[in-house]
Design a protein around this ligand. Structure first.
Ligand code: GLV
Ligand code: GLV
Length: 345
C-alpha cells in the first residue's frame, strides 16, 4: 500500500494493476471515510462492518455497481458513486467491434493465417454474416444500448428492437421499436445484451430463451456475465441452436483458459448456403457439375465459436481516465456533503 497526503486528504492506495486482495482491503478500510473501489471488489456486509461508522462514501470506478450491496450500504447512510456516461462511447464501440468480429469470424480468420491454413482466396472460405438487412435486438436500452443503436444506423440494419420496462423517448429517433423479450429473441439476427445486472436480470438468458432464438442468431454480451446462464449458452452453441456468440463478460472472470466455452471450435451446426454451381451442358445435353461444389467446403462455413474478450468494454485510455477522475470527484463531493457527479439513488 502507498500512503500519501494530498490536498485535504490522507490517501492509502493499492497501486498494483491486479485487484486488491480481500484481506488487504479489510485491513486497510478500518476507520476510513471513503473507499475508491473497482468492480472486482465485492462490497458486502463484511467490508462495511470492518470499515466502521466513519465510512461515508463508496465510489466505484465502473458504471455497474452489482458488486456493491446497495441496500446494506445505503441503510448505513453511506453514499455510493459510480461512473456513467464517460464510458458509454467506449463500450458501444467495443460492442460494435465484437459484433463484427463475431459475425465476420475475425479471430478465427486471423488464426487461419497464423496456423498456416490460408492456402488461397476461396469463394466459400471464412464466410460469415452481414449486419446489413438484419434485425438487431438490444436487451436493455439505457445509455449504452442506445449508443449501440446509434452506431448501427450506419450499417443499414433492417430493424432495431429493444426491451425496456417502458417505451423510451429516444427510441423513435433511433428507429427502434419496443418489444417483449420473447419476441425479440425469436426474430432477431443479432441479440445484444447491454442491460444492468440486477436480481431480475440474473440468469435471464436461460435454455428456454436460447431455444427460442433463430438457429442463425448471433448472441453478444457486453454487460455482465451473470445475466447469462453460461451453461445454457454453452449448450446452445454446442448444439447449434445459435450460430455464434461474442462475449466481453463471463463467469467467472477471469475465466480459466481451459474452460469449455473457449474450446468451442468446429462444433457448430451446418448451414447450407445456396452457392452458385458452374454447370456445363455437354454436347449430349446432359448437365455436369464442374468447379467448386464441395460439400466439405460448404460445411466449413459452419465453424461457429464463442468469441471472448477479457472484459475490456471501457478499456480506452480516455474512458478510464475520465472514470478515475469522476470516481475521485464523487468522493470529494460526498465528503463535502455536496451533490455527487453520479450517485446511485
Ligand atoms: C464495466 O464493466 C463497468 O461496469 O464499468
Ligand atoms: C475481393 O477481394 C474481391 O475483389 O471481390
Amino acid at each position: 500500500m502507498h500512503c500519501l497526503h494530498c490536498y485535504r486528504y490522507d490517501v492509502t492506495a493499492w497501486t498494483e494493476e491486479r485487484p486488491i486482495p480481500r484481506d488487504v482491503l479489510l485491513r486497510q478500510i478500518k476507520g476510513k471515510n471513503a473507499l475508491f473501489c473497482m468492480l472486482t471488489d465485492k462490497i458486502d456486509k463484511e467490508v462495511l462492518d470492518t470499515a466502521g461508522k466513519d465510512l461515508r462514501v463508496i465510489a466505484t470506478m465502473s458504471v455497474g455497481y452489482d458488486h456493491i450491496d446497495v441496500k446494506e450500504t445505503k441503510s448505513r447512510g453511506i453514499r455510493i458513486g459510480f461512473t456513467p456516461e464517460v464510458l458509454t462511447d467506449a463500450v458501444a464501440e467495443l460492442t460494435i467491434g465484437l459484433i463484427l468480429a463475431t459475425a465476420r469470424r475475425m479471430f478465427e480468420a486471423h488464426d487461419q493465417i497464423v496456423e498456416g491454413k490460408w492456402s488461397a482466396w476461396a469463394p466459400t472460405w471464412m464466410c460469415g454474416v452481414e449486419l446489413k438487412r438484419s434485425t438487431v435486438g438490444i436487451v436493455g436500452f439505457g445509455r449504452i444500448g442506445q449508443a449501440v443503436a446509434q452506431r448501427l444506423q450506419g450499417f443499414g440494419v433492417e430493424r432495431i428492437l429493444y426491451t425496456s420496462r417502458s417505451e423510451k423517448r429516444e427510441a423513435k429517433g433511433l428507429g427502434a421499436t419496443l418489444s417483449s423479450l420473447e419476441n425479440l429473441v425469436e426474430v432477431s439476427d443479432f441479440i445484444i445484451v447491454t442491460c444492468a445486472l440486477m436480481p431480475e436480470t440474473t440468469g435471464l438468458f436461460s435454455d428456454a430463451l436460447f431455444d427460442k432464438m433463430k438457429p442463425t442468431a448471433i448472441f453478444i454480451n457486453t454487460s455482465r456475465g451473470a445475466v447469462v446462464d453460461q451453461l445454457a449458452l454453452q449448450r446452445a452453441l454446442e448444439k447449434g441452436k445459435i450460430l455464434a456468440a461474442g462475449i466481453d463478460v463471463m463467469t467467472p472472470e477471469p475465466i480459466p483458459p481451459t474452460h469449455p466455452l473457449l474450446k468451442l471450435k468446429n462444433c457448430g451446426k451446418y448451414i447450407l448456403l445456396y452457392i452458385y454451381i458452374y454447370i456445363l451442358y455437354t454436347h449430349h445435353g446432359h448437365i455436369t457439375c464442374i468447379g467448386s461444389l464441395d460439400i466439405s467446403g460448404l460445411t466449413r462455413l459452419s465453424l461457429f465459436v464463442a468469441v471472448s474478450l477479457p472484459h475490456i468494454g471501457s478499456a480506452t485510455t480516455w474512458a478510464r481516465s475520465q472514470m478515475s477522475v469522476m470516481t475521485a470527484r464523487n468522493i470529494i463531493a460526498a465528503l463535502d456533503s455536496q451533490v455527487m457527479p453520479a450517485e446511485v439513488m
